[in-house]
Design a protein around this ligand. Structure first.
Ligand SMILES: Cc1cc2nc3c(=O)[nH]c(=O)nc-3n(C[C@H](O)[C@H](O)[C@H](O)COP(=O)(O)OP(=O)(O)OC[C@H]3O[C@@H](n4cnc5c(N)ncnc54)[C@H](O)[C@@H]3O)c2cc1C
Length: 385
């Protein structure tokens, strides 16, 4: 693979850089997903990105996308991360619900939902995890009983990011109460404003409430909101999970590079001993390895149109490297490390990132689960169970 930008890619990158320079105001730069201020500005910022033609780059044109190659999406994620621009507020709609609707949705579902995902007019959340079903999604117990032309949903979901601002939820339910495991699951599109839906925020270690519990009590979901087949929810959920880690590697690697450059500046300013310098160098090497793994993932995606398991490698290595990186930053800050937010140096940037990085090795597949995937699907080792 030739790693240099083609003329068309270079033109796209230059155009995006110029657009970001003109539109990314200081107020928006560095705004994080969980921050309340992001929820205030997020829709307007997302709409701006959409109007400029940067959202849905790889989505088919018939569904409001740009029909661009995956390399453009990779460049978009990379440049956005380098500029410290906030992401589109509809990360779950764009990255998971939309691609799943494109693969499994009826024409009516595509017409109803896709355009509003792109424009950020409607926000989505993901209702997969439950108190007894996280890594083991096949243990889902949230019930959906078919009564005439509607399902009646009763049960609980947890850790649902953005549920407090979401309009719709991609919801994995057990529609056959006698079933076990992968069978008897149905994938629904649930209206978050329907009677019987209750969202309760969960406070994270950062102090922000980015995710929530969702309680469903006799919530009616019309049968036309089934995505895929009744009882075929597992296959649909697998499509969602494949896309979750799809091209995110480019964004994660660029975010890591931005943080590492800040860490190097901090080490210069505060001084780092020989062992700390060695740790910095190791992080730099890891960053380069990640970059090339991303290119491998991209070339696989461009050949097959489906994300491969390389995304799991990137997510695993990135999340653990990011924890080590932010820990080293706090060591360099020394006695100032326990300060938080406005009292802390750099507005608490390092403290927040160290605390938020704890969740990175849990969300979108825990490190243990990702190691299983890498062992089985990348290295071809025998299945663990
Ligand atoms: C910030 C954040 C945002 C999230 N957002 C969402 C969201 O929007 N929607 C949603 O549905 N979920 C979301 N989640 C939930 C996330 O997907 C789950 O937390 C994750 O899948 C792990 O499930 P669990 O918490 O039930 O832990 P468990 O699955 O109970 O795991 C507990 C421990 O056992 C280990 N373990 C489990 N199974 C195995 C195995 N087979 N082999 C080896 N070790 C194993 C795990 O690695 C972990 O260390 C989010 C989580 C976080 C942290």
């Amino acid at each position: 693979m030739d790693l240099r930008d083609t003329p068309a890619e270079a033109e796209f990158r230059a155009g995006l850089r110029a657009w970001l320079a003109a539109n990314l105001t200081g107020e928006l730069q560095g705004l994080r997903g969980g921050a309340r201020r992001f929820e205030e500005f997020g829709r307007e910022w997302s709409r701006k990105l959409y109007d400029a033609g940067y959202i849905g780059l790889t989505w088919p044109e018939e569904h409001g996308g740009q029909g661009a190659p995956y390399s453009h999406q990779a460049i978009f994620l990379e440049e956005m991360a380098r500029a410290e621009a906030p992401a589109h507020i509809g990360v779950i709609g764009l990255g998971m619900a939309g691609p799943t609707i494109i693969v499994h949705g009826t024409e009516a579902q595509k017409a109803r939902y896709l355009a509003n995902i792109l424009s950020a007019d409607e926000i989505w959340c993901q209702g997969f995890s439950e108190p007894g079903a996280g890594s083991d999604l096949a243990a889902v117990r949230c019930g959906a009983e078919l009564r005439g032309d509607r399902f009646v949903v009763n049960g609980q979901k947890v850790w649902s990011s953005y549920a407090h601002i979401a309009d719709f939820c991609i919801l994995v339910t057990r529609s056959d109460p006698a079933s076990l495991g992968h069978k008897g699951l149905t994938y629904l599109i649930a209206d978050m404003r329907a009677p019987g839906v209750e969202v309760r925020g969960l406070r994270q270690i950062t102090g922000e409430s980015e995710f929530n519990e969702i309680f469903f009590t006799d919530v009616e979901v019309p049968v036309e909101n089934v995505l895929g087949e009744i009882g075929g929810g597992w296959q649909v959920a697998m499509t969602t999970l494949l896309h979750e880690r799809g091209t995110m590697g480019f964004s994660l690697t660029a975010v890591l590079e931005v943080s590492l450059r800040k860490l190097i500046a901090l080490a210069r300013e505060r001084g780092a001993d020989a062992v700390q310098r060695d740790r910095l160098a190791k992080l730099w090497v890891e960053l380069q390895a990640l970059r090339y793994t991303n290119y491998r993932a991209l070339s696989q995606l461009m050949k097959t149109g489906t994300p491969g398991p390389e995304g799991s490698v990137t997510k695993l290595v990135w999340s653990e490297a990011n924890q080590r990186l932010t820990k080293l930053a706090l060591e360099l800050l020394g006695p100032e490390a326990p300060l938080f937010e406005d009292d802390a140096p750099f507005g608490g940037f390092w403290q927040w990132h160290q605390l938020r990085s704890r969740g990175n090795t849990i969300e979108a597949g825990t490190s243990e689960i990702l190691r299983n995937i890498v062992a089985e699907r990348v290295l071809g080792l025998p299945r663990g169970r």
